[in-house]
Ligand binder design. Structure first.
Ligand code: ZN
Length: 383
């Protein structure tokens, strides 16, 4: 036996009932509706009243019905408030869950249109909404976005603090993220221990602060969230590890070159020792030597007939780099313009030491230099 379960489907929101319907030539469905409720509560004193004063009509757009635009003509009522000293002697009925007071669309239509707006934006959203038989203007959609309720905010307990650049190498601010929800919580205009401390004080529930290794944030976190545990975040740990590894390997450069030579002679090719340039700083010389070694490796592999894709993989550079270097006949020279400033000259050593210890904000260095007696411009320092 076939059992058909039936349930009632109404084209209008719960709380309204259809009085009559007619379809117009433009394909719209016009519905005359009235509220189901017998009484309404006074918006001022909250007392329910069923004493009808008069009727009036409201026009409400609603969700489409089988692809047709639905327009409702709602016969609403005015009620008398029975509370003796209430300001609202007569009030219009409220329809919670159906439509907001004075709104021209049902709550459920507004919800759908807002969802369209949040995905598609104003004008594109308007075009889509017309296509879906719930027409609305782009301006109205933008208003709906602005009035959309903000999703509940949860007080942060694990935050990450790092810098962000207003302008690279010159001016930095601080970014604070909720690491549990992967959400940016705030941008502070500067990179200052006081600002970080003030911010953290506002959220006493913070248990863990992930930060870089610079002293500023450590200091700020100690003062702003003294009970919180401070940890180095994964990026800074890996970055520090990578740098340490690079330095460790570069200290054993001669051993690495010797090993390369043995390998190369086993393969019948000859390796050249890497030249060093005593004029450059050690760091720059290391990088230059590194590029030279990579170029030599590329040459050898190329001679042995390896395709660029496998050379790239073996040497650890991109295929594009291999092609470019081979086409150019050598590794690129990294030309660094020398700072020619007689004003900065006496401070160069100090500046370099400062740079190496992690102080790399031009503006800050310039201020410190000024205190030491430097009279030149900030741009020279930044450069
Ligand atoms: Zn009242």
């Amino acid at each position: 036996m076939l059992v058909v379960q039936t349930f009632s489907v109404s084209p209008v929101p719960a709380g309204l009932t259809i009085v009559s319907r007619d379809e117009t030539t433009d394909g719209r469905l016009h519905l005359d509706v009235r509220p189901v409720q017998r009484s309404s509560s006074c918006p001022d004193c909250g007392r329910h009243s069923s004493g009808v004063h008069s009727h009036y009509q409201r026009h409400l757009a609603d969700l489409p019905w089988h692809g047709r635009i639905v327009a409702m003509r709602l016969t609403a009522r005015r009620f008398r408030c029975r509370t003796p000293d209430c300001k609202m002697q007569i009030f219009t009925e409220r329809l919670p869950g159906v439509a907001a007071w004075r709104a021209q669309r049902s709550d459920r239509l507004a919800e759908s249109q807002r969802a369209i707006a949040l995905v598609a934006g104003g004008e594109p959203g308007s075009r889509l909404a017309h296509r879906l038989a719930m027409p609305v203007s782009g301006d109205t959609l933008l208003r709906m976005i602005r009035s959309a309720p903000v999703p509940g905010f949860v007080a942060p307990t694990i935050v990450g603090i790092d810098d962000w650049a207003w302008r690279r190498g010159q001016r930095y601010g601080t970014i604070i993220c909720d690491l549990e929800r992967n959400r940016v919580l705030d941008l502070l205009p500067d990179r200052n221990a006081d600002s970080v401390a003030d911010w953290l004080k506002r959220w006493p529930g913070i248990k863990i602060v992930a930060r870089d290794r610079a002293g500023v944030y450590a200091h700020g976190a100690r003062r702003g969230a003294p009970g919180a545990m401070q940890v180095a975040d994964r990026w800074h740990l890996l970055s520090g590890l990578g740098e340490a590894l690079r330095q460790a390997v570069s200290r054993h450069r001669s051993a690495v070159s010797a090993a390369t030579k043995i390998m190369a002679s086993a393969q019948g090719a000859q390796a050249n020792p890497a030249p060093t340039s005593p004029g450059l700083t050690k760091l720059r010389a290391d990088r230059k030597a590194g590029r030279r070694e990579r170029w030599e490796e590329i040459c050898q592999l190329d001679k042995l007939g390896h395709p660029t894709s496998s050379i790239a993989e073996l040497v650890g550079v991109t295929q594009r780099t291999v092609q470019r270097w081979i086409a150019g006949g050598g590794e690129p020279e990294h030309v660094r313009p020398h700072i020619q400033s007689h004003l900065l000259g006496p401070f160069e050593e100090w500046l370099e030491a400062r740079w190496r210890s992690g102080h790399q904000v031009g503006q800050q260095l310039w201020r410190e230099l000024k205190e030491l007696g430097y009279k030149g411009s900030r741009n020279t320092v930044a450069r």
